[in-house]
Each structure stands twice: as structure tokens, then as C-alpha cells.
Design a protein around this ligand. Structure first.
Ligand code: URA
Length: 409
């Protein structure tokens, strides 16, 4: 069947068989299917969905576009964690070191920013020298030595996901249950961890906006996991508000380090919850014991030291992190109480500042972003600083920034 017929078939709501999905997606990887044709097929999938069988087939095609890690070469129990995407979500940078300190092995394949949501690979790349592309041998070596390693899709690891991911990010084809499930699960299955925690973000700043879709996505990923004999642990978490205070690549690495050095708040709480959940499942200990162990490695600084070991192992130097030179305070024009901070608006602001991609191949600015200065429930006086924008120019973005904050009397 030609690519045009495959697009037509999905556009008309029919189920594609595996040979048709293979033809379209591997054709795209090999260059016989063009960007505009794949964009069109992806949009048809967004609008008409995929059956579970199609979703598993797509996952399998993505997985075997590269190779699976030989997990026999990794010493110890392997765990993995992935977020479905949000604003200010730097949890992997905190959970990975915690898991490693607790004797587990967390080797993680991640992606870059998708739309206005951030991606861990861009965050890591903001650390000067950090290598995000590893060979499978390097990945295994680092994992055995440090206990935590993180890299992007490469010619060896789910290369098809990389190509599709980059296209989805700039064509409005990100928010689709089968596309998200196959993208995430292909990466998780390529590494092959025994326990895979999925942080399912739900809310205005997430790819998934409501609980019903989140549950459907969770069930899809659990079933894909079962088909490959892997345990998938979904946890639904709120993404109506940004996670933590910093949004923007280098700024998020800095905040992750602050948490590892003892900063409190919703980000630390979530990392403790997710880490304890994963540790308790992987080590078969009850949740209270797990939570205590997690807090211990955070509080005694071991997880911070592990983060530094991890960044050095991949060539990065956090001392050289660089931020944009113009720091613009955004002041409240009203008195009242801070009722809400919109994750979506903050994400869009960070994208506008240059922290994300609007079209394929865009280079991003790692040093720009937003630092939130007030928290929900705070009382606000006119002139109080709500947030700071880290920007390269002097453009006044106060109107866009104010849209993110809801202040009530
Ligand atoms: N993370 C991924 O790896 N893929 C998606 O599609 C969404 C979030």
C-alpha cells in the first residue's frame, strides 16, 4: 500500500495492520516517507486514535528500530521512571541519584522538550560538556559504575522515536494516547528495567488534560508492559501548576541541585513520593521504610554527591552552567491573594523566551526561563515581584507573564 493510501485509511478511521504501520514509520526513518506525509499521518492518528493492537505494533516497530540493551550486563535490580511531560518537571534529575544511592540501577532513555513542555535531555545539555548521546557500551559501563545514567535516543536506542518525537513537537501531534504510550514504552523496553514508574501528569500544563485520558493512557502502558513481561507502575500527578519554582533548562538543573541540597517544597515532596513508591516495589519493602530510606539519602547529601558523580561521568561541569544576563522582575499590578499559577502560560512564556522549539531544528537557549517568586495562597501587594524572567533581550513581556497569575481579592 502506498503512503498516501495508508494516510487515507487512517483518516477514514480504519485500523492499520502491522505491515502498513511498518511501511509508513520505517519508510519515514529510511527517508522514503517525507516530513509532510508523516505529519499528516500523525495528525490522523491524533484525531482518530489507534486500537490497542496498533499501539503495541507501533511500540514494537519503534523498539526494534534500534536494539535492546543486554540487561545481563547490568549488575543489580534495574528501575526506570518516565514522566508524560509537564512544565518545570525536573524530577528525573532528583530521582535517578536517589535510586542509585539506594543500590538500584536507573538507566534512562529520555527525550527533548515537546511543545511547551520541557524535556530532560535539553535540561542535561544545558550543563556544559554533558554528553547526552551514549553508545550501549558506555550506557552499561556508566550504569554499573554510578548507578544512574541518562541519554537520548541514538542510532542504537529507538532512533525512530527520535525522528517522530522531533516532528510531533512542532506539528501539534503531541497529545495522543497511542503516540505517547508507544514513544515512552519503546524507550523503556529498549532499556528493559524490571520496574517502570510512569509519572502521569494531568492538567493544563500537561500533554494529558483530564483524568479520564490519564487513566486510559495508564492502562495502555500497563498492558504494553505486560505484553513484554515488565511491571509498569503508573502514578497520576497534578500539572495544573508548574512543578517547583524554576522553568527553563539550566534554571531547572539548578533547582534540581537545590532540592538535592535540602530545599523544601512541592517538588521535593513529589520526588520523595515517586522514589519511595519505586524503591518499595523494587526492593519489596513497605512504603514507610522506603520513604525513610529516600529521605535519608536526600538529607545526608549522598544524593547530591551522586548527581555530581553522574554529571561528571557524562562529561558535564555544573560549575559552568550559564544563565541569561537580563533578569527582569514581573511586578503585581493588584492587591489580593495568589489563587493560581498556570503551568500552561508559564510553559508558553519559557518557549517564547527561546527555551523550546517552534520548528524542527530550532536551536534553543538553555539560559532563559522563569523563576516564580510567590506561591499559591500568598497575600500579594501591588508592586510585589511575582516572578523573574531570564531573557537575552530587553523586551517587555509583563503582560504575557501576568496572564499566568490569578490574584483574587
Ligand atoms: N515523553 C515521551 O518520551 N514521549 C512522549 O510522547 C511524551 C512524553
Amino acid at each position: 500500500m502506498s503512503i498516501l493510501e495508508i494516510i487515507e485509511k487512517k483518516k477514514n478511521g480504519w485500523e492499520l495492520d502491522k505491515s502498513e504501520i511498518t511501511e509508513a514509520f520505517l519508510g519515514y526513518m529510511n527517508g522514503t516517507v517525507e516530513d509532510y506525509q508523516m505529519s499528516s499521518l500523525l495528525m490522523a492518528i491524533v484525531l482518530n486514535g489507534m486500537t490497542f493492537r496498533e499501539t503495541v505494533d507501533l511500540t514494537d516497530i519503534m523498539l526494534y528500530s534500534g536494539k535492546k540493551l543486554d540487561t545481563k550486563k547490568v549488575d543489580g535490580v534495574m528501575v526506570d521512571k518516565h514522566s508524560t511531560g509537564g512544565v518545570g518537571d525536573k524530577t528525573s534529575l532528583i530521582i535517578g541519584p536517589i535510586m542509585a544511592c539506594l543500590g538500584l540501577k536507573m538507566g534512562k532513555l529520555s527525550g527533548r522538550g515537546l511543545g511547551y513542555t520541557g524535556g530532560t535531555i535539553d535540561k542535561l545539555e544545558s550543563i556544559p560538556g554533558f554528553r547526552v548521546a551514549l553508545t550501549t557500551d558506555e550506557f552499561i559501563f556508566d550504569l554499573n559504575k554510578v548507578g544512574f545514567t541518562e541519554c537520548e535516543q541514538t542510532p542504537e536506542f529507538t532512533p525512530l522515536d527520535k525522528k517522530i518525537y522531533d516532528l510531533r513537537s512542532v506539528t501539534g501531534t503531541v497529545s495522543s494516547i497511542p503516540l505517547i504510550a508507544s514513544s515512552i514504552m519503546s524507550k523503556k523496553l529498549a532499556v528493559g528495567a524490571d520496574f517502570i514508574l510512569i509519572d502521569l501528569k494531568v492538567g493544563s500544563g500537561a500533554l494529558i488534560k483530564n483524568k479520564k485520558d490519564a487513566i486510559e493512557l495508564a492502562n495502555t502502558m500497563i498492558e504494553i508492559g505486560k505484553a513484554y513481561n515488565r511491571v509498569v507502575i503508573p502514578v497520576l500527578t497534578n500539572m495544573n501548576r508548574p512543578l517547583g519554582d524554576n522553568v527553563g533548562n539550566a534554571l531547572e538543573v539548578i533547582e534540581a541541585m537545590d532540592i538535592l541540597k535540602g530545599k523544601n517544597g512541592n517538588l521535593r515532596d513529589l520526588c520523595i513520593e515517586l522514589s519511595s513508591n519505586l524503591y518499595s516495589r523494587a526492593k519489596h519493602v513497605n512504603i514507610d521504610v522506603a520513604t525513610e530510606a529516600v529521605k535519608r539519602v536526600l538529607d545526608d547529601g549522598k544524593a547530591y554527591d551522586k548527581f555530581i558523580e553522574f554529571t561528571k561521568m557524562q562529561g558535564g561541569d555544573v560549575e559552568k552552567l550559564e544563565l541569561a544576563e537580563h533578569i527582569v522582575p514581573i511586578k503585581s499590578t493588584a492587591n489580593g491573594r495568589l489563587k493560581d499559577i498556570s503551568a500552561e502560560e508559564i510553559g508558553k512564556l519559557a518557549l517564547e523566551l527561546g527555551g523550546g522549539r517552534k520548528k524542527k531544528g530550532d536551536t534553543i537557549d538553555y539560559g532563559v526561563g522563569v523563576v516564580i517568586n510567590k506561591h499559591i495562597g500568598d497575600s500579594i501587594n501591588e508592586g510585589d515581584i511575582l516572578c523573574y524572567l531570564y531573557q537575552r533581550d530587553n523586551t517587555d513581556r509583563s503582560l504575557e507573564a501576568m496572564k499566568a497569575f490569578t490574584i483574587v481579592k
